[in-house]
Design a protein around this ligand. Structure first.
Ligand code: ASP
Length: 584
């Protein structure tokens, strides 16, 4: 038998028991007469002792153990003379009577401690060692708990977990597909799904009524920070529902997670339209844990001789709490910050609300106290606050001020990781103009239903049509999003037409779905949560990496197994890939 107990289990109540433990050597100390070994497994650490009464071969065996050796020991549980109250097993130790080395270990390339000396790259290369560390191990166990609670909640509501295929057909809409060559059909390719979207809709046509799946999705995009080319969604779909039904069920799921995981009970989640989110936070996923709402200043700033404002499409400001005493140097630093190419503002105006009737601005030449007090009223500034104002084209300026607001939120410690502020953003636009291709794209995806009352605008002002689409935002991150779908063949055909597909292209790429809609497709809708991000936020972390057992790095590489990699010529030949290359 390898063990009677785990290394995290024994307490004073077990004194006198003969036990067997197996695990890894965390560390060993040789103090003349005594040798101490800490043995570790997933559950904890237990101290082993060997002393001069023990037979010499046992002690010398103990002295030879290196870090991370795998051992099995048998001995008696005794009370420690110097107790360690930092660990649950700290009141006992094991007086060892037999020791076996189950496997030796090379010296690990970094320390297996909560705070390790290993940098990111080396930790990823030896991820199996990294997983032995508490922060990573606990994150994976935490993720398991989140997925288990998701399954509990949805299963109790009769959702049925169904697996959909990973080898599917490439579709041009959305991100770039990962492609898999087919050996049996030379010259033909599968694609890996960007999401199970069409399959879950077909499950609704199949009458399954309530579906979910915890599923890998694949998107071959240029990687942005903290994105993974393969990631996991909690993917859901329901039949005979309206938007309100979906919001209720999945607000319930989020509440269930916060309750079971953190013991937090939240009130009903607030809702905001996309337009309002853009106007008040410059962002469709606002972090509402803190204020600094946008105040639009066009009306009160465009009546003087300040050309910068007068020629701008939008003049907009925020009030930074208790920052009126910022020094010139601090303000200059903020101005430099918004002028960095990543943010791209051309300049910034400020006004310090030092006292009633004493607002000092960088544009005092143009604006008097009465003007500035209107700025204060509109941005919600109080005495002691600092008003920061950007101007320019509306969309760009909103994005810049949003970046500044988030930066200040971080710097001022307003984004507390143990505080949870969910928000539904609703009424997204159906279509989004794409400058590069000079045509409209579906903002969510082409299966999203427009709001019926906006249908007439499809021909006259397509950018104004709103969709039955919604996102769930948590602490400034989009953690879920979905829509009510089109379930009518003609409506779906019309949508493809508006997205620039010819009827042949639409039939070729999505004929399977439109055909299915002719066989009694029920009204349906759904959403998907990003499990990696949701777990990280619930775990109070900024990055998703430690919640993924084997993540890829920022260039999409798995540095442990060294993928992607070249393959043998014989494999290429079998896949007809070299053949294709010579034909082209
Ligand atoms: N399939 C969508 C996505 O991946 C989610 C949904 O509409 O349900 O974003």
């Amino acid at each position: 038998m390898h063990r009677t107990h785990t290394c995290g289990e024994l307490r004073l109540a077990d004194l006198g028991k003969t036990v067997t433990l197996s695990g890894w050597v965390q560390k060993s100390r040789d103090l003349g007469g005594m040798t101490f070994i800490d043995v570790r497994d997933r559950y904890g650490i237990t101290q082993l002792t060997f002393n001069t009464d023990d037979d010499e071969s046992l002690r010398s065996q103990a002295r030879e153990l290196g870090r991370e050796y795998v051992i099995k020991v048998t001995g008696t549980v005794i009370e420690r003379s110097s107790k360690n109250n930092k660990i649950p097993t700290g009141e006992i130790e094991i007086k060892v009577t037999s020791l076996a080395i189950l496997n030796e270990s090379k010296l690990p390339p970094f320390t297996i401690e909560d705070e390790t000396d290993g940098g990111d790259d080396i930790r990823m290369k030896y991820r199996y060692l990294d997983i032995r560390r508490n922060p990573v191990k606990n994150s994976l166990i935490f993720r398991h708990k989140v997925t288990q609670e998701v399954r509990n909640y949805l299963s109790a509501l009769d959702f049925c977990e169904v697996e959909t295929p990973y080898l599917i057909k490439s579709t041009p809409e959305g991100a770039r597909d990962f492609i898999v060559p087919s050996r049996m059909s030379p010259g033909q390719f599968y694609a890996l799904p960007q999401s199970p979207q069409t399959f879950k809709q077909l499950l609704m046509v199949g009458g399954l009524d309530k579906y979910f799946q915890i599923v890998k999705c694949f998107r071959d995009e240029d990687l942005r920070a903290d994105r993974q080319p393969e990631f996991t969604q909690i993917d859901c779909e329901m039949s005979f529902v309206e938007q309100e039904d979906i919001l209720t069920i999945f607000e319930g799921m989020t509440r269930h997670l916060l309750k079971t995981i953190h013991g937090i009970e939240l009130d009903q989640f607030p809702r905001m339209t996309f337009d309002e989110a853009m106007r008040t936070y410059g962002n469709d996923k606002p972090d509402i844990r803190f204020g600094m709402k946008f105040g639009e200043l066009n009306e009160v700033a465009q009546h003087k001789d300040f050309a910068v404002f007068n020629t701008a499409e939008l003049v907009v400001g925020i009030a930074v709490p208790a920052a009126a005493n910022y020094t010139r140097k601090q303000i200059d630093e903020l101005v430099d910050w918004v002028k960095r190419p990543q943010v791209g503002a051309s300049g910034m105006v400020y006004a310090k609300y030092e006292a009633e009737g004493a607002i000092k601005s960088s544009v005092d030449k143009f604006y008097d106290q009465e003007d500035l007090s209107q700025w204060a009223a509109i941005t919600g500034a109080q005495v002691g606050d600092l008003i920061l104002v950007l101007s320019g084209p509306a969309n760009k300026t909103r994005a810049q001020l949003s970046a500044l607001r988030m930066e200040l939120g971080n710097r001022l410690g307003l984004r507390k990781s143990n505080e949870f502020a969910p928000l539904w953003v609703v009424d997204f636009p159906l279509l989004e103009w794409d400058e590069d291709s000079e045509r409209f794209h579906a903002m969510h995806h082409p299966f999203t239903s427009p709001k019926l009352e906006d249908m007439a605008l499809l021909d006259t002002d397509p950018g104004k049509v709103r969709a039955n689409a919604y996102d769930l935002v948590l602490n400034g991150n989009e953690i879920g999003g979905g829509s009510i779908r089109i379930h009518d063949r003609d409506m779906q055909a019309l949508m493809f037409k508006h997205l620039g597909f010819t009827p042949e292209q639409a039939q070729d790429q999505f004929g399977f779905l439109m055909n299915a809609f002719q066989f009694g497709a029920p009204p349906h809708g759904g959403l998907a949560f990003g499990l990696d991000r949701l777990t990280a936020i619930l775990g109070g972390q900024e990055t998703i990496r430690d919640f993924i057992a084997f993540p890829k790095n920022n260039s999409g590489r798995d540095v442990m197994i060294d993928a992607p990699a070249t393959i043998e010529k014989a494999q290429l030949d079998e896949l007809n890939i070299s053949l294709l290359r010579t034909q082209q």
